[in-house]
Design a protein around this ligand. Structure first.
Ligand SMILES: Nc1ncnc2c1ncn2[C@@H]1O[C@H](COP(=O)(O)OP(=O)(O)O)[C@@H](O)[C@H]1O
Ligand SMILES: [Mg+2]
Length: 439
């Protein structure tokens, strides 16, 4: 992408309304624009990151055996009356009346819709287990939307819903999602800690919130250091195998948020030098709730003996749009964002220090063409701005690599490659640069 033909409305000054670094940097880097309180337009650079995150989430859900669907954002109130949640949900639900005076709502979550799909399509235990997910916009009329898209009113969520014949099956499904979540966040360069969470009236141990550590997080995290340091991606996970031991290892490590924290147990169970007390951002939540919706809404299958069985359900959410901010909270410096390569909007920024100069233009065009042909996404700053401005914009938007092309280097056959994360620079020939970034 040539910057001269792109839409990247960056800001020089820090916007006064932004209290946390991710919000500030997203506004300054031209990623989002607030349209109304807690409601944002995603500008091109922000949208590219959102889509990358979405795709990692999708790949890991698919790998774990979940199947993608797309449910509507607008739902009928009647479904929520069946589950009993229409009145309970309160003011966070945006209620809408259509032209026929029918009560509708903008979905804050989708248990009712998916349970309705299930009960009209699945009849036999032989069709179980099944786990359906979608990545769709949700609306919750939060009293205090804040920190930009971190706590918005409209936000993008991946929500999966599982259906099993019995509690043992539901546990296998839960374990798959547990491991899928660890992999998902790790692929984005994040350390996510699975915190034991409240299971409500169901009881048991099948509810976890996944939190990434960041000082601005709203959740207090107390955990064993091994939760933070473990490298899940170095393992080969077979999602068809029994994952109970693997998940058991994680759940045996102490990790709790404020409301579930037991200081005495923490001190007894975790050696002092292994205790982590930090703040975290909740980026995911997995939850088993048994037959709560299947009983209320009549989601039954014929069991092996022909008798009807209410299915055992769980739901599994990931805050896809919140992750964009979460990753920035976890990865930035004074100059701007530092994108992990897996979610970066472009892999490299190509800076032409002297646009209009024949030799510089030719060298840049050549690099741009070769990298693009090899599938490397490049943002080419071909504008006539000052070098200092170009450098600071590239640092701000945080692409993993910067390729700097100037008249002096071109004359001696070299360009400069800068690593945004480490700040390391090196000079190399355009050919070795291309093979480095494509290799
Ligand atoms: N207002 C919001 N803005 C952005 N992301 C949100 C918001 N509310 C929830 N999420 C994300 O969606 C995920 C699943 O939501 P859920 O657990 O149902 O939310 P909550 O914990 O607020 O009840 C959360 O882990 C979080 O990452
Ligand atoms: Mg939650």
């Amino acid at each position: 992408m040539r910057l001269s033909a792109y839409f990247l409305p960056t800001l020089k000054e820090n916007p006064a309304e932004a209290q946390v670094v991710s919000h500030r940097l997203m506004l300054r880097a031209g990623m989002i624009k607030q349209t109304s309180a807690g409601i944002y337009t995603w500008l091109p650079l922000g949208l590219r990151v959102l889509r990358k995150i979405e795709n990692i989430v999708r790949e890991e859900q698919n790998r774990a055996g979940a199947i993608e669907v797309l449910m509507p954002t607008i739902q009928p109130a009647d479904l929520w009356r069946e589950s009993g949640r229409y009145d309970d949900y309160g003011k966070e639900m945006l209620r809408i009346v259509d032209r026929h005076e029918r009560e509708m709502l903008f979905g804050p979550t989708a248990e009712e819709v998916i349970t309705d799909v299930f009960r009209h399509t699945i009849r036999s235990y032989k069709d179980l287990p099944i786990n359906l997910y979608n990545i769709q916009w949700k609306f919750r009329d939060e009293i205090r939307p804040r920190f930009g898209i971190m706590r918005g009113r409209e936000f993008l969520m991946k929500d999966a819903y599982s259906f099993d014949l019995d509690a043992a099956g539901a546990r296998r499904t839960y374990n798959k999602m547990f491991v899928a979540y660890l992999r998902t966040f790790a692929r984005m360069g994040l350390k996510a800690v699975p915190l034991r969470a409240d299971t409500g009236p169901i009881g048991g141990d099948m509810s976890h919130e996944f939190a990434i550590l960041a000082d601005t997080g709203e959740t207090e995290v107390h955990c064993h250091r091994d939760c933070v340091e473990y490298d899940i991606l170095s393992e080969d996970v077979d999602f068809n195998a029994d994952l109970e031991d693997r998940v058991g290892y994680w759940t045996s490590l102490y990790a709790a948020a404020d409301e579930m924290h037991d200081p005495a147990m923490f001190e007894k169970g975790v050696p002092e030098d292994m205790r982590v007390n930090a703040r975290g951002i909740e980026v995911g939540h997995i939850f088993f709730f048994g037959t709560k919706y299947s009983e209320a809404m009549g989601a039954q299958v014929a069991g092996p003996d022909g008798e009807p069985v209410s299915v055992e359900m769980g739901s599994y959410g990931i805050g896809v749009s919140r992750l964009v901010a979460g990753i920035i909270e976890a990865s930035h410096d004074d100059d701007g964002i530092i994108w992990p390569a897996s979610v970066a909007p472009f892999m490299a920024g190509l800076i032409n220090l002297k646009s209009g100069d024949g030799a510089c233009d030719a060298a840049c065009d050549d690099i741009y063409r070769k990298l693009s042909a090899a599938g490397v996404e490049v943002l080419y700053d071909d504008t006539e701005g000052r070098a200092g401005v170009k450098f600071s914009t590239m640092d701000l938007i945080g692409l993993p690599w910067q390729i700097i092309v100037g008249p002096r280097g071109v004359k001696s056959g070299v360009v400069e490659l800068k690593n945004r994360a480490t700040g390391e620079r090196e000079e190399l020939s355009p050919e070795s640069l291309v093979s480095r970034l494509t290799g």
